[in-house]
Ligand binder design. Structure first.
Ligand code: FCA
Length: 323
């Protein structure tokens, strides 16, 4: 009996040392420079601090860097990772790499798909309710169109489009559908396809669309995120479509939107549907950690909601959302 106790005590030291080695969880994002992703990282860091793991943040702007980052995480003995991939069609390759290295993987924001475009069932996902949030954008635009006394048939509707990303398409289709349902003629909806999901690409796309549709003197604009809406606003300003003739609502609510709201005079960037980088960052990182260390299986899909935020109510709304 005594002898056994002695053995256990002797063993306790190396075990304790092992336990002190921090668990590592990766957080890979497609556009590290975008404020939304900075916020996600910030809240994932918060989770790491609260739960006691180490967060490894890696920007993955393309497929090659994505697969290299997964190998890198495995070499560092991480237990898993959260990912918003640069292309959702990398889904199968990402899943294979994760399985090969025995890493848990959860997607955030952009749901990974297989070769046929079907969501990959064994990768849990947290994203926004794209179509519903798009409809909120549409409702916000309609309310302000009314407040400004604009006629529904005189406004051009700029849909900055990134349709290769399913959530991008759902968001902007939700907005377009809400406008059509209220009586905006379908013919007034102008698609402006962007090459990437940043402000510059949206700016370029919007410029082309404005040139081709000069007959509209008043515009509403939206896209999959704040950067898309902002690109449209900046392109409009360059062509004399100023705040009194432009009404844009984004999706996000991070620094890109806040910068617009804190300018001394209002721009055409009227509002944004604030979504939660806190939930997306904190909860996904926690899920990977608890899945890998406690066997707690995350829900297959978690969809989060949003709330319309404008220059007027931004401080209150952000406080309510814990931001
Ligand atoms: C996508 C967009 C981001 C952000 C996120 C929630 O990944 O590209 O800008 O809106 O969804």
């Amino acid at each position: 009996m005594q002898r056994r106790a002695f053995t256990l005590a002797a063993l306790a030291t190396p075990f304790a040392l092992q336990a002190a080695e921090p668990v590592k969880v990766g957080f890979l994002v497609k556009q590290a420079e975008e404020p939304w992703f900075q916020d996600e990282w910030k809240f994932a860091e918060q989770a790491a601090k609260d739960k006691g793991f180490t967060l490894v943040k890696i920007g993955v702007p393309n497929g090659e860097k994505t697969l290299a980052a997964i190998d890198n995480l495995a070499a560092q003995k991480a237990v898993g990772f959260v990912i918003c991939a640069p292309d959702v069609k990398l889904g199968l390759a990402i899943n294979r790499a994760a399985k090969r290295h025995k890493l848990k993987v959860i997607s955030v924001d952009d749901q990974l798909v297989d070769g046929a475009g079907k969501p990959i069932a064994d990768i849990p996902h947290m994203g926004i309710s794209g179509y519903e949030i798009g409809k909120q954008v549409g409702a916000g635009l309609l309310a302000e169109i009314k407040a400004r006394g604009w006629k529904l048939d005189e406004v051009g509707v700029l849909r900055v489009a990134y349709d290769q990303l399913p959530t991008g398409r759902e968001r902007t289709m939700g907005a377009a559908d809400a406008l059509k349902a209220a009586g905006v003629p379908a013919a007034n909806i102008v698609d402006a396809p962007q090459a990437k999901t940043d402000t510059e690409s949206a700016f370029n796309a919007a410029n082309i669309a404005f040139t081709k549709n000069a007959k509209f003197k008043k515009w509403v604009a939206f896209g999959l995120n704040d950067e898309a809406a902002l690109g449209a606003v900046r392109a409009g300003e360059g062509r004399g479509i100023k705040a009194d003739a432009m009404l844009a609502i984004g999706i996000g609510g991070s620094q890109t939107a806040l910068n617009e709201f804190t300018k001394p005079t209002a721009t055409g960037f009227f509002g944004t549907v604030l979504i939660s980088p806190k939930r997306h960052g904190y909860e996904t990182a926690t899920m990977v950690f608890e899945w890998a260390t406690q066997g707690k299986q995350p829900p297959a899909v978690t969809l989060t909601s949003g709330v319309l935020m404008t220059r007027q109510n931004q401080a209150d709304i952000r406080k309510q959302m814990g931001l």
